[in-house]
Design a protein around this ligand. Structure first.
Ligand code: TRP
Length: 325
């Protein structure tokens, strides 16, 4: 069974990406044939700076490796190292109605903001490229955060339409997301999102991480009164990482007068620093040795191309082109 997913290198991953997609995807590496990639073609919709494109891509690669992705077990590659997917995207594009793409959340949001006319075509076509990423590996499951589930549904629609016209070329994938994972709160309590500027980034320098944690919004219950942990952003975040014993202790702390939000934030900060000590070393080591990262990605691309060529040829022949790969 094939598990496939990608992540856009538009910044360093935040806790929402970490829990929503990165850890669940890595957790599948022993039981699935995993193919994960850095979606730098997708990042092109917003990143228009070569140095940033390279740096963010390396950052994502280092992040996955730091948190346990084993490049010998998985096929781990950078999307732009292989052009096949863009060709398949064109073929799918010609089999995808504008109406389907107009229903995509990101496009609808742009319309609601009144900025659709200034968005690039890449944003509109984004779901087609994503469908190509998924279909070109005959993927069975696609571990993603909730916000990407619609794209996987659209992928199925495109594959069905193509198969109806040309025969059984594509395998229909399914999204896999964690239903028990509720929306992860950002620093201000809204959903954690880069676009809200309310993220926590585990691989930021420790000092910056501390600043982020200290700026989590809390209510103004005085220190000498018990506090309502259920509605506290610090507690909600702590709960996502702590052990059951640590959570029980934290709840007790909140009930105890004299325990303030500053203490809770320090506890969260210490927990995160401790938990990420080893990944941070690995991350920094890779970031200081980009050649090693490039070696990992090159080997991943070589292995990924085998399946991609096979599926692309299948699609080419089905529509009446020659098999060339
Ligand atoms: N759209 C995804 C995101 O923004 C990234 C992505 C690109 C992806 N292609 C994919 C995810 C294929 C899963 C499968 O995070």
């Amino acid at each position: 069974m094939i598990s496939l997913s990608g992540i856009k290198p538009t910044s360093t991953p935040h806790v929402g990406n970490h829990l929503g997609m990165i850890l669940p995807a890595i957790a599948l590496q022993d039981s699935y044939d995993c193919r994960y990639f850095i979606a730098d073609y997708h990042a092109m919709t917003t990143v228009h700076d070569a140095a940033r494109m390279r740096e963010y891509s390396h950052g994502i690669a280092a992040y996955f490796l730091a948190f346990g992705l084993d490049p010998n077990k998985c096929i781990f590659y950078r999307q732009s190292d292989l052009p096949q997917v863009t060709e398949l995207a064109w073929i799918l594009s010609c089999m995808t109605n504008m109406g389907l793409l107009e229903r995509a959340h990101a496009w609808k949001a742009a319309k609601d903001r009144g900025t659709a006319g200034e968005e690039c075509h890449g944003l509109f076509a984004y779901p087609v490229l994503m469908a190509a990423d998924i279909l070109i590996h005959d993927s069975d499951i696609v571990p993603v955060g909730k916000d990407q589930v619609q794209h996987v549904e659209m992928t199925r629609d495109m594959a069905e339409r193509f198969n109806y016209a040309f025969g059984e070329v594509f395998h229909l994938p399914e999204a896999k997301f964690n239903e028990t994972l509720h929306t992860i709160p950002g620093l201000d309590g809204r959903k954690m999102s880069k676009s809200y500027g309310n993220t926590i980034n585990l691989m930021y320098p420790v000092k910056t991480l501390k600043k982020q944690i200290m700026s989590i919004v809390t209510d103004s219950t005085p220190i000498d009164q018990p506090k309502d942990y259920e509605n506290c952003n610090v507690y909600k975040l702590y709960k996502l990482f702590a052990s059951p014993e640590q959570i029980a202790q934290m709840e007790e702390n909140y009930r105890t007068p004299g325990f303030g939000y500053g203490h809770a934030k320090m506890a969260l900060f210490n927990l995160l620093v401790e938990m990420t000590e080893k990944p941070r070393q690995i991350y920094e080591d890779y970031m200081n040795h980009p050649d090693t990262l490039e070696d990992v990605l090159r080997s991943g691309a070589q292995r990924a191309s085998v399946k991609m060529n096979e599926v692309l040829n299948r699609a080419r022949v089905a529509v009446g082109y020659k098999s060339i790969l």
